[in-house]
Every structure is written in structure tokens, then in C-alpha cells.
Design a protein around this ligand. Sequence first.
Ligand code: GDP
Ligand code: ZN
Length: 311
Amino acid sequence: MKATVYRSTGSWYTAKAQDGTLWQCRIKGRLKIDEEITSTNPVAVGDEVMLEPEPESGEQPTAQITDICPRNNYMVRSSPHHRLQKHIVAANLDQVMLVATLREPRTSAGFIDRFLVTAAAYHIPAVIVFNKSDLHRRKEEEQAAEWQALYSSIGYPVLFTSAETGKGIAALQEILVNKSTLISGHSGVGKSTLINLLLPDLRLKTQSVSGWSGKGLHTTTFAEMFDLPGGGKLIDTPGIREFGIVDMEKAELSHYFVEMQPYLVHCQFNNCLHLNEPGCAVKRAVEEGKISVERYASYLKVLDSLSEPEW
Ligand code: GDP
Ligand code: ZN
């Protein structure tokens, strides 16, 4: 029987079968896992799995996960326990959505750009939502217009929402419909408020979970998937501050600043890092205003944070 994983707490998984039944599952023995990635969690939210029902099921049916279907894609972060190991946050995504704010708190361009790099590295389309637009004053309006122009010009949809006034919520629903979307954002941007608006039944649920004495609090760093009322799925990532740019080489980085891609073949050196090399087409494009100075500055910062390859 095929099912989709909606929730994981480390050793137990909740999976939904095609008939809508929820199964509590465990992994049976050793699974044959995609050798391409070594992660600290063998099964992730969004995975399609094969279940074998256990004979003695109580109130909630239990099953064993016997197989994982190949993933279309996945998003990772460094493992909470081992910095150099990967933890698969979610699999089989249609898009990732960053919730950011211009005020209270102010999201930095660097944070947005690192998110976009990670999404590009894992080949997942990204969308940017600026929430709390009701708080914008003149200064924020100017910044909003700049960022909207910049990010949409390089292919990222940009939305402005207010969970307070309801502005932009219909557009947000539209961009989510019939897709599987991982939603992320640093604390305080209104992600939970937006999710509660999108999932009217959830509020009850979050209350009941937190009413459960906080014993399970550490499990909140695991992603959880919800069905959207209008079709589609939303994956929340509570407690995950940022997705890691895990083991990326310096020379790879410019491929994930999507607007740099068309220039890369024109650099004089094919291992150009676009710093001070002669004949660098990326730097020329920055000077000619074809690539934003702000994005190039982000590129330099991320580049600096990546370690040198070990020879
Ligand atoms: P999270 O940490 O991203 O999940 O943020 P919360 O959903 O807990 O929201 C943080 C605070 O921002 C709460 O006090 C919310 O009421 C408030 N908030 C959320 N969305 C908006 C918004 O669109 N406008 C304003 N003014 N406040 C908001
Ligand atoms: Zn170059």
C-alpha cells in the first residue's frame, strides 16, 4: 500500500494512504536508501512510502514502512546533531516559500539570497512573501518596490501580504493551490499567523499539541505537512532557522545566483570566482548594471562563508 509521509518525530511517522487513512508507521529493518545522499533521517516528510499494515492495530492503525519511492527532490539542512551531516527536511516539493518582513523584524537581503541559493542548489522554484505589509511606511515602501523589481526580474515571484488586514492572502492562496510548498522564515515574521489563516482547522490542532504538556517540544524541529483546503499541501518547518548551504564548493556558487548563469560561459577563466580575475563577465555585468550590486555583494558574502575544497 502506497502512502505519503505527513509527519515525523524521529522514530515514528504519520503517513496518509490514498484512501485518506492515517497510519502510524515505523521503519522495518534496513531500508534500501538512495545512495546519492547520506542523511541522518532515512524517511522525510513528503516521501512516498510503501506500507505493510501490522496485524494487531489498536485504535490508530499501525504499519511498517518497507520501501521509499524515489524522490523528485528534497530540501536539506545540516543535521542538528552533526554539523557536517545532512538532515532531509522535506521531499517531493513543487516550491519553497520564504516569508520575510521589511519591519518587525527586518529580513536582510543576505538572508533572502542564501535561501534562494539553497533552493536553486536543490533545483526547487522559490517564492518570496513579504508579510506585515500593513506596517510599511515610506521607507519600507521604497525598499519593497526595489526588492519586488529585483527579485521578479530574476524570476522569483514576490508577494506582499498582511495577516493583519488580509491583504494579499487571496494571491497567496492562489500561488499555493495544488502544489506542495515548503514554507520557511525566521521567527517573528508571522509565519504561524499566515499558516493559521491558510489552514482554518489547524489552530485547534496546534493548541491541542502544545496542551500536551510540552513533552514533545523537541519534536517541533521536524517538518509537518498539511492539506490545504483548496487543494495542495503546505509543509511547515517549525524551529528550523535556516537551511544550510551544505558542502557547496566555491566554484559552484555563481550557478545558484540565477541571474549570473548566462554570463558564466563568457568569463575568461572557467574556474572564475568573479572576484578580481581578468576578463570576468560577471563583474562586467555588475558594472554595466545588468546584475544588481546588492546581489553581487550577497554573492561575495556567501562565497566568503564557504570553505576551500580539500585537495
Ligand atoms: P512566526 O514566528 O513567524 O510564526 O510569527 P507569528 O505568527 O507568531 O507572529 C509574530 C507576531 O507578528 C505576532 O504578534 C503576530 O500577531 C504578528 N503579525 C503576524 N502577521 C502580521 C501582519 O501581517 N501584520 C502585523 N502588523 N503583525 C503581524
Ligand atoms: Zn567571472
